[in-house]
Design a protein around this ligand. Sequence first.
Ligand code: SAJ
Length: 406
Amino acid sequence: MINVIGLGYIGLPTALMLAAHGMEVTGTDYNEELVHTLKAGRTTFKEEGLEELFHKAVESGIQFSNQYQRTDMYIVSVPTPYDKKSKKVDARYVISAIRSILEVCLQESIIVIESTVSPGTIDRYVRPLFKERNLVIGKDIHIVHAPERIIPGNMVYELLNNNRTIGADSFEVGEKVKTIYSSFCKGEIIVTDIRTAEMTKVVENTFRDINIAYANELAKICRSDNLDVYEIIRIANKHPRVNILSPGPGVGGHCISVDPWFLVGDYPGLANIILAARKINDSMPEFVLRRIYEIMKENNIREVGRVGLYGLTYKEDVDDVRESPTLQLLDCMEKHLAGGIRVYDPWITKDIVENQYHNFEDFLNDVDLVVIMVGHNHIKQNSHMLDGKYILDTRSIMENEEIYRL
Ligand code: SAJ
């Protein structure tokens, strides 16, 4: 039996996928409410194809529990936040999950860590936990790192089709874990050592952060010289070896805006482009704020209360608000003691910020300037409702020529 620890954005789809492909699976989470919801037959977040997968897994007998199970195979997918000051990975949830596993696991268990960790974390924080208990690694217990790679919004497809990396101390254990993932994964599965797997994952997300930063820096340069960055990127991308990403209001999500900091924190003085990229992406919400003030001035909009931010999530068509550019922008406004801006997101039903609306029409009635922070399908389908409003489109999703862009 496989015990999946942590039933969040990664753990839940992974547990469901394994169960739906014939594995005996128990999903464990310490959040009682979450386990209760799953046991009652409801999923805990929205994601394309998740509902269907959930039903398949339930039919195949998946169990949910608050308890760690006595078995010989664990997959750990708990959060790995970073310490905002030191920029280093905060491995406390991984450590406590492993401690709890060691209380109950069978001899020769394999513990797979899917959570993203910075290079060296397993050596520094995980191996000592085994030594504390006089467990011989490679004999009494095995540790594996199989970093997740799926993108929110397309998780189910990517779980099935992405290539994967498995880091293990021995080829045999790596191959054993590969067999389990092969039950559903159609992509190539590469077995390597643990430090390489740790580094690879962080490097992938940093690559994307740097590329987004380039697009964002171009947006700033073009704005300063009155050039159309979108047209320039469109033309440049016709070159066979150029693929510039899209500028935006900042980088959010729990991965790309976090993982590069691990490299900055662990390799001070060496991670220079990486640090610069982080700073550029983190400066974007403030850049948007300055654009808002410019547009207000130009159009005689006197009150911030007549401005509305559309979108609270970190990207389109997901309900995840972690590190979202809109939240960063609201933070930035608070620092400047500016309040009163209106906010609406069709994907967020809970009240999480001040002046948040749950009805699109009410929101539109109260504002003159709509700032599109997220390109949800909802706004694309309802773009006609914005007629007569000033629009700042930070994602460049609207066709209309007359609107403001970054
Ligand atoms: N963004 C831009 N411009 C772009 C692309 C993205 O501003 O051209 C913004 C998005 O709006 C968002 C942020 O960047 O705020 C990140 O979004 P994303 O869609 O690029 O990535 P995530 O964070 O949803 O998922 C990433 C993926 N990693 C890579 O693409 C290298 C995913 O494969 C990983 O599994 C995930 O991080 C993770 O968990 O590490």
